[in-house]
Write a protein that binds this ligand. Sequence first.
Ligand SMILES: Nc1ncnc2c1ncn2[C@@H]1O[C@H](COP(=O)(O)OP(=O)(O)O)[C@@H](O)[C@H]1O
Ligand SMILES: [Mg+2]
Length: 232
Amino acid sequence: MLKVDKLNQYYGESHTLWDLDLEVPRGECTCVMGRNGVGKTTLLKCVMGEVSVSNGSILFADDVELTKRRIEDRSRLGIGYVPQGRQIFPLLTVEENLRTGLAARADGKRTIPKRIFELFPVLEEMRHRRGGDLSGGQQQQLAIGRALVIEPRLLILDEPGEGIQPNIVTQIGEVIRKLIREDGLTVLLVEQKLPFARKYADRFVIMDRGRGVAKGSIGELSDDLIKQHLTV
Ligand SMILES: Nc1ncnc2c1ncn2[C@@H]1O[C@H](COP(=O)(O)OP(=O)(O)O)[C@@H](O)[C@H]1O
Ligand SMILES: [Mg+2]
């Protein structure tokens, strides 16, 4: 679904991503792991077109070169993005937050798919509450809901479990598996929480100082790799 090839990225003079490769197979959850500051969010921002790429290729759905596309093409092509820190609109209601996602739909449909409320009943209950009045976990569910209103083919999540109560982290993990199983979605996840990755991801990629250093099926994520690249 997504294939990143020899990607290089700079913030000014600072070389952040080095010849990075990443493959995200269809119908699976691929988890990018790595310590703080290794470039995980930067990689996702390159995919989303929010930072410019120096060189390398990002191929979506076999034949779309994303580095040559405009930012807004991502959602039209079917890529949903849940940024780190959620970034919902605190003064808008839950429903209004969800509606902001609709503008990016390729088909012009302007109703919130019922599926969102099936997956996250709390969003229906809280439909008229302001985003800022929700708990951190509910805001994360809202951010995921907003990314899903375009009914994407690829869902990208940046540390969805960060700073959230454990029961909602579990709910989010279950929703990810449900979306893969029932909706045929492909998921690219950044997550530092090891138990979460082990439980909900199919594959892992480890980054260290801007480079890809290990990858495999999640069962191959060894204690050695964890010690070398993930523990502080
Ligand atoms: N907008 C920016 N300008 C300059 N440097 C940045 C910017 N955003 C991130 N960085 C730097 O790039 C590196 C990678 O950051 P980031 O991709 O956020 O890492 P991660 O998500 O793995 O924690 C870090 O050293 C960070 O300080
Ligand atoms: Mg990050």
